[in-house]
Design a protein around this ligand. Structure first.
Ligand code: AMP
Ligand code: MG
Length: 322
């Protein structure tokens, strides 16, 4: 049963305990999890039925709380001053001591952060006293919900609770601006017009992410800018492993690997998803020839795990090292 809550304190307690709670922001309803809790974040992808792991936006009660996890430059500080709380998401480099779970950022060195302009969301963030990772609170491939009733239609029975927050004012997603690579690139148009951003920081590149904008023929796995790939070659569905290979184990490990990371001893897909990026990073060290990944079943979260492993194993091109 999915509870409909009125009190942000109740919703915060559930989030702190690792449960999934949908909540209103000024843009759309988000499906929230404690962004520092890997198991909770994996649950977001499970509840949405997402076939791949894309990076989630992390929500904060204040800009200062965001700056504890990512490194703002002068432009980010000026934009936060102008538009936060509000529908602007900034992609910035993670700090070395960033406490946000790797899966929330899809394993990337950058993180998308924002402070929402909605009293209920801010009350929830303050009470939970932790950043909240949240994509839109709909099943994968469906439109974003702007009322609690929409969220119930989409996710009832799949999440712990929805915090009632009325109808969303903006109704479209936040503008996503990438400041991490030195330039400024619009990744998604949204609630804050790009012209308003340019009035503060100057020209913004309009080329949308290849994964959104490229024609299908260009949309090969390696063309997605937002994907983390290890530098060692990776092979899937390994049935045996060599001494000069690293093993990404799922269930009882194959014998003989040079290094082993266990995704889930018991074959639990949610545990495996929550450990996937940590595992790839741990195994991706010099000295070995490659990574052998044991078979992971393709149902449920396993589809997203397999999708990410096949991207990680795809032949390298100049554009897919990100
Ligand atoms: P949603 O969470 O569904 O509102 O979508 C988040 C949007 O921000 C998607 O378009 C993501 O691809 C984008 N995004 C989030 N984090 C990053 C990141 N670290 N780098 C690039 N794009 C990101
Ligand atoms: Mg969405």
């Amino acid at each position: 049963m999915t509870a409909l809550l009125d009190d942000p304190l109740d919703a915060a307690a559930m989030l702190r305990a690792g449960a999934l709670v949908a909540f209103a922001t000024e843009t759309v309803y988000g499906l929230g999890a404690d962004a520092r809790n890997a198991h909770a974040v994996a649950g977001i992808f499970e509840a949405k039925g997402r076939p791949h792991f894309n990076p989630l936006i992390c929500h904060f009660a204040t800009a200062e709380a965001a700056w504890a996890e990512v490194r703002p430059d002068a432009r980010a500080l000026a934009l936060a001053e102008a538009f936060w709380p509000g529908p602007l998401t900034l992609v910035l480099p993670r700090r070395a001591d960033c406490r946000i779970d790797l899966l929330a950022g899809a394993g990337l060195d950058t993180l998308a952060v924002r402070v929402p302009a909605h009293e209920g969301a801010l009350a929830l963030l303050r009470a939970a006293d932790t950043p909240i990772a949240a994509p839109s609170a709909n099943r994968s491939g469906r439109v974003s919900p702007t009322t609690s009733a929409h969220v119930m239609e989409e996710l009832s029975g799949r999440i712990a609770a929805v915090l009632e927050g009325g109808e969303c004012e903006v109704g479209v997603e936040s503008t996503v601006l990438d400041l991490a690579a030195g330039g400024a690139a619009l990744l998604r148009p949204g609630g804050i017009p790009v012209e308003a951003i340019e009035a503060i920081i100057g020209a913004v590149g309009r080329s949308l992410k290849l994964s959104d904008a490229a024609p299908p023929t260009l949309r090969s796995p390696g063309m997605m800018l937002s994907h983390y790939a290890p530098s060692l070659p990776l092979r899937l569905d390994a049935a045996e492993v060599a001494a000069d290979e690293a093993l990404l184990a799922f269930g009882p490990p194959l014998p003989g690997a040079g290094r082993v990371f266990q995704l889930s001893e018991t074959g639990d897909l949610r545990e495996a998803a929550s450990r996937l990026f940590a595992g790839l990073r741990m195994l991706d060290q010099p000295g070995l020839r490659g990574i052998a990944a044991m078979p992971v079943p393709g149902e449920g979260l396993g589809a997203a795990i397999r999708d990410r492993l096949s991207r990680a194993g795809a032949p390298r091109t100049a554009s897919n090292s990100g």
